[in-house]
Design a protein around this ligand. Structure first.
Ligand code: G3P
Ligand code: CA
Length: 371
């Protein structure tokens, strides 16, 4: 579980020293056993393409959620780019992993915004920093993105200060322009972040997102869009508003912030999956819900497929600290291990698509698996 803790901590943008300590602990405590049972399971639609999703773009190589990151992901072969979505004070969707922009922008070095620093409780957790909902889009556009994990990704951190925060409109325009240029269909895979919280402060997301996607020409299951959420009720609501395919996200621990189910564990049972299949096309489970370290794989792929749900798990990352022990190379936390082999293991376990920070490795793994 230390790997999961390090990952979660990194996501929350704690200090470099804190991340480094957790990364070191994870590597010390992780078992070095051989990988567990390796079985081949068919995908739900074996003839359909495996869906390759650039997680926050190509975030292993560029600061996440920037047009440069999405553009590189497209260059590296993804089918979909993934914007996590939050709202500004003037109700514009922008791409950030969380509304707290302290860890992924240079906002702290802008004296004109110093007084905006505040403390909020979001989904039951206390956060101190700067928040998108307290800024207009024009104000946010004066900030520049920075790498979330500079100690793990120093090459990406060299791009700090170069890129702005993109709007959803800009992400859509990029996908459409690159679709024309590449003669491939480049889709978008937006995630609503903290939808209940945003609704509680007068910034509801569901109708606005559906309307914006409709304006872009996307409202049907065949359109190149998936909408994802860790919450349940907003996905059910969105299901009533559009035909776009929906993905129910879940993690190994905890449950949805809207309390629509007691836990993700309950949602991942055959009965829970049957309920999800009423409104969603598939699930996006954490990788460890399918294979936790070197333990034998779970039955989640089998049970989800039995309910008619595809699986698009998250998130494949190349650094040792994020890999299953058997796929690590050496002991340095930031060194890259055998990510392609790890992805191919999960593909043999029957996943139907996947999120990765390293789309070039993901594309190569997909190609190898399809030989
Ligand atoms: O949306 C799939 C994956 O991105 C979920 O995790 O926290 O990286 O948005 P997160
Ligand atoms: Ca996401």
């Amino acid at each position: 579980m230390m790997m999961v803790s390090a990952l979660d901590t990194a996501k929350r943008g704690l200090s470099r020293a804190s991340i480094d300590r957790l990364v070191a602990a994870a590597l010390l405590l992780a078992p070095a056993a051989a990988v567990g049972q390796d079985i081949s399971v068919p995908r739900l639609d074996p003839k359909a393409p495996i869906v390759l999703i650039g997680h926050r773009g190509a975030s292993g190589y560029r600061p996440e959620h920037t047009l440069a990151s999405y553009d590189l992901a497209i260059d590296q072969g993804v089918d979909f780019i993934e914007p996590d979505l939050v709202l500004t004070k003037d109700k514009v969707f922008v791409a950030r992993h969380e509304n707290d922009i302290t860890g992924t922008t240079d906002v702290a070095s802008h004296p004109e915004f110093a007084a905006r620093k505040t403390t909020k409780v979001i989904d039951g957790e206390t956060h101190t920093g700067w928040f998108t909902e307290d800024f207009t889009l024009a104000e946010l556009k004066t900030l520049r993105a920075k790498e979330r994990l500079p100690s793990l990704r120093p090459a990406s951190a060299k791009y700090d200060g170069q890129f702005t925060i993109p709007t959803l409109d800009e992400v859509i325009a990029l996908a459409k322009r690159r679709t024309k240029e590449t003669h491939r269909t480049i889709g978008i895979y937006p995630e609503t972040k903290h939808p209940s919280y945003f609704a509680s402060i007068g910034l509801p997301m569901d109708e606005a997102l559906v309307a914006q996607l409709k304006k872009a020409g996307w409202s049907k299951p065949t359109d190149p869009v998936f909408i994802q959420s860790f919450e349940v009720n907003n996905l059910k609501h969105i299901h009533s508003l559009t035909g776009i395919r929906l993905i129910q996200l879940m993690g190994a621990e905890g449950g949805p912030a809207d309390k629509a189910a007691p836990s993700y564990a309950a949602m991942a049972t055959p009965a829970g999956l049957k309920q999800i299949a009423r409104y969603a096309y598939g699930i996006g489970p954490g990788l460890d819900m399918i294979q936790n370290g070197d333990a034998p794989p779970s039955v989640l792929v089998r049970d989800a497929h039995a309910a008619g749900l595809r699986l698009h798990p998250w998130t494949f990352r190349a650094e040792n600290v994020f890999l299953i022990p058997s796929f690590r190379a050496g002991a340095a936390p930031a060194a890259h291990g055998r990510l392609s082999d790890e992805i191919q293991l999960y593909l043999r376990l029957g996943i139907d698509g996947f999120f990765t920070d390293f789309p070039d490795i993901g594309a190569a793994a997909r190609a190898a698996a399809q030989k």
